[in-house]
Write a protein of this length. Structure first.
Length: 330
């Protein structure tokens, strides 16, 4: 009898712990909400008219996005090694998408936005901050990913403070059309990759266009004229949430760029093009009401969330390409 009672108590404890972990994991899996970049910067700074300081808004937004990655409910989950974080995969995929966009912007901040010409000196804060964000996103000790990213955030804050200091002429941010275009070219490739991976949720035969337009070009390994591409069923939700995280971060970065480069965009008659890209990215953050990411085939009865996401990203990417061309015009 006593053994039976003990077994029941053990079973109840196991079920209670499972439910507790499930509820915590469910809560931690909520993606951060979008926010108004201009209002958030105004609330968190004591600087008067931060929009008048070149680079202040974009740097502040980069800091805010990075801190949200670390301080959201549950904290940073990608490197968790204990329950319930170790059992979650959607939010770590979201985090990796955000991180990829932070890394791209950190690189552009270092080599483009903070430099006037190719022969200019790199900003010392950004030179140190950039590699901090390239730390392995799954490292959990010696050093942990979080500690490296927080070091990068601290360096970004120092760079932002230097921008706001009228006595400091060494730290600069240049709102030039060519600088903006260089960053957007990186974003184009990133979005193109997400679009292709999401579209592969439905298997399709694709022609090899790797060397199209280059008669004498070569590639290291021959892939054949046609190949079937299909994402593994186990990676469908990972790809979806990674793309969702990347577009969440990019949405805020482009809203900041709209403020920073307002004069340049108006001069190129390209402001409405950027606003359209922002609108497409806002659509990627709509609520997913299904308890799981569905993978309906083609025009079947079930939805295919990956294809819907790919559609929005493809449209945003097409608009980005047009925006880059506008910025390239005199």
């Amino acid at each position: 009898m006593r053994q039976s009672i003990n077994s029941k108590w053990i079973a109840l404890i196991v079920v209670a712990v499972f439910l507790l972990f499930w509820l915590i994991g469910w809560y931690w899996s909520f993606a951060p909400a979008t926010y108004d970049v201009n209002k958030r910067v105004a609330q968190q700074t004591s600087v008067a008219n931060p929009a008048n300081i070149a680079g202040y808004t974009l740097t502040s937004t980069m800091i805010e996005v990075s801190e949200t990655l670390l301080d959201k409910p549950g904290g940073y989950l990608s490197n968790d090694v204990i329950p319930p974080g170790v059992f979650l995969d959607n939010m770590p995929s979201f985090e990796f998408g955000v991180l990829e966009m932070i890394r791209d912007l950190a690189l552009s901040m270092r080599k483009d936005f903070s430099r006037s010409q190719s022969q200019s000196i790199e900003n010392p804060y950004l030179t140190k901050a950039h590699p901090k964000f390239n730390m392995d996103h799954r490292s959990w000790m010696f050093p942990s990913s979080e500690s490296s990213y927080r070091d990068g955030i601290t360096l970004l804050k120092q760079y932002r403070d230097a921008l706001a200091d009228p006595q400091n002429g060494d730290s600069q941010f240049y709102t030039r059309a060519d600088n903006l275009r260089e960053w957007l070219k990186q974003v184009e490739k990133r979005l193109g990759s997400y679009s292709q991976r999401l579209s592969a949720s439905v298997g399709s035969a694709r022609l090899n266009t790797d060397l199209a337009g280059e008669a004498k070009a070569k590639q290291s390994t021959y892939n054949g004229q046609q190949r079937v591409v299909k994402t593994s069923w186990w990676k469908l939700d990972n790809n979806f949430y990674e793309a969702r995280g990347a577009t969440w971060a990019l949405l805020h970065f482009l809203k900041a760029a709209e403020i920073e480069f307002a004069d340049v965009l108006e001069d190129k008659n390209a402001l409405v093009s950027l606003q359209q890209i922002i609108r497409e990215l806002e659509a990627t953050q709509q609520t997913v009401y299904s308890p799981m990411i569905l993978n309906g085939s083609g025009f079947g009865m079930l939805a295919n969330h990956s294809l819907v996401m790919a559609n929005y990203i493809s449209r945003a990417n097409a608009a980005l390409i047009e925006l880059s061309e506008l910025l390239n015009q005199g």
